[in-house]
Design a protein around this ligand. Structure first.
Ligand code: PLP
Length: 458
């Protein structure tokens, strides 16, 4: 048996023979043995502030007693039923909470186990919608998405996403029925235009794409309400999503908002679209829905889409064994009630403002920080080699990942992102802490982030 020590990504290494297929097969990540509140504790004694919330997941911190109790109570009631045969109070309660949170605009909820599955379901729902219209439009098979987006990792969700590095290996297997338009990325792509002109240009680009592929062939346009993993916390320019929805409406296509990362309170409102004056036809959520206490995602379906299926076949042609899992629903329901009862969305807005201000105050003068942007408790710093020209670091330098490692060395976990500029080059790091954070916690996050950054970039 090979017992050669392998360094663990810059932390104190230890080696165990493992059956786990790690993300990096030859590099076991640090082992977390306990978590509580905002902290993770590793087996070699590190105490790490979880400023990433995993991957922007842990909305109420770790080890919340209320959620633990709710999961245990659900185990006593019913742990699993097959959704083809039965429903449960847990699934009913969570779905009602979610539809009510949209003021009834989204009138049905399809509960799955991840963000990827929610996106996959959205794509299928969009297609089915057009086959069940009173005048079916079966020629609609295409999707228009955006460059530098991420929507998940199954073949369908990967096809609408646009991260060349993640797609490359599978490119020959991905649907050719997807095309990509520019993201809304003012830092690099607005050419100094005012917001209105920039939005008009992006809307025209979408219009042109509809015309190029044939407006009556498109099922939907899909976008992250606020760009997350690939672009790094870019809020939409005012009016952008409204303008994109208007183009969809003009051509009878659906408007899908992917809120897997930015939704469920992360940006200061439960649904990120609430701040944009638009309502989607289909909406995906995950991460903050279960906040890490369970694997759960969901597709929210607008009443107008539901009405078409209701009058059509009356059945969504898609299902999964763990759909509507009662344990997952009970956990997510308690997470959401905790967010409500502890008034955490107000805290996201207040602490988010403080976090953004402090990051800018301490780091915007740094020669390698090109942009600091975000909303709510979802902030990114884009790293550049040259601040004047915005030239990025080379992809080979793996700067974002090295920043993540530097963070661990300084007792903080941050999310690294690459491909920011064009899907290949460009680096950013994201902080996305729990909603119940205090101002003191934020002081600590910024202090450790700064130390980590300066340890690598001076
Ligand atoms: C916007 C968006 N959509 C979909 C996904 C995929 O979700 P999951 O990793 O839960 O499958 C992600 C994950 O980061 C995401 O950020």
């Amino acid at each position: 048996m090979d017992k050669t020590p392998i360094a663990i990504n810059g932390t104190n290494g230890h080696v165990e023979q493992s059956s786990v297929l790690y993300r990096q097969l030859r590099q076991p990540p640090p082992k977390v043995v306990r978590s509580k509140g905002h902290y993770l504790y590793t087996d070699d004694g590190l105490e790490i502030f979880d400023a990433s919330g995993g991957a922007a997941v842990c909305a109420i911190g770790h080890g919340h007693d209320r959620v633990k109790k709710a999961i245990a109570a659900q185990l006593d009631e019913i742990e699993y039923v097959y959704s083809l045969f039965f429903t449960t109070s847990a699934a009913e309660r969570l779905s009602t909470l979610l539809t009510e949170s949209t003021g009834g605009q989204m009138s049905r909820v399809f509960i799955v186990s991840s963000g990827t599955e929610a996106v996959e379901a959205a794509l299928k729902m969009a297609r089915q919608y057009f086959t069940e219209l009173p005048q079916p439009q079966k020629q609609r098979t295409r999707f228009i998405a955006r460059k530098q987006s991420y929507h998940g990792n199954t073949l369908g969700s990967l096809a609408v996403g646009s991260h060349p590095a993640r797609r490359a290996l599978y490119e020959p297997m991905l649907s050719a029925n997807v095309s990509h338009v520019s993201p809304c990325y003012p830092y690099r792509e607005s050419n100094g235009e005012d917001d209105e002109t920039y939005v008009a240009r992006l809307a025209q680009e979408l219009e042109d794409e509809f015309q190029r592929v044939g407006p009556d062939t498109v099922c939907a346009f899909i976008a992250e309400t606020m760009s997350g993993a690939t672009l790094g916390c870019v809020p939409p320019v005012p009016g952008y999503l409204k303008a994109m929805k208007a183009v969809c409406e003009r051509h009878g296509a659906l408007f899908i908002l992917d809120e897997v990362m930015a939704g469920m309170g992360r940006t200061g409102t439960l649904h990120a679209w609430e701040q944009e004056g638009v309502v989607p036809d289909l909406q995906t959520i995950a991460k903050g829905l279960g906040a890490g206490y369970t694997s759960i995602g969901a597709l929210l379906v607008n009443q107008r889409v539901v009405a078409v299926l209701n009058q059509g076949t009356g059945a969504f042609m898609h299902s999964q064994t763990y759909q509507g899992n009662p344990l997952a629903c009970a956990a997510a329901y308690e997470v959401q009630r905790t967010i409500q009862d502890e008034n955490l969305l107000a805290n996201v807005r207040e602490m988010g403002k403080y976090l953004g201000e402090l990051l800018k105050k301490r780091l915007s003068d740094h020669p390698h920080i090109g942009d600091i942007r975000g909303r709510g408790l979802f902030w990114a710093m884009e790293l550049v080699k040259n601040k004047e020209t915005k030239e990025p670091f080379g992809a080979k330098e793996q700067l974002a990942w090295n920043m993540h490692l530097a963070g661990l060395e300084h007792g903080i976990c941050m999310i690294p992102g690459n491909g920011t500029v064009d899907g290949v080059v460009g680096d950013h790091i994201i902080v996305a802490p729990a909603y119940n954070i205090t101002a003191q916690d934020i002081d600590l996050i910024v202090e450790r982030t700064e130390k980590a950054l300066r340890s690598r970039l001076g």
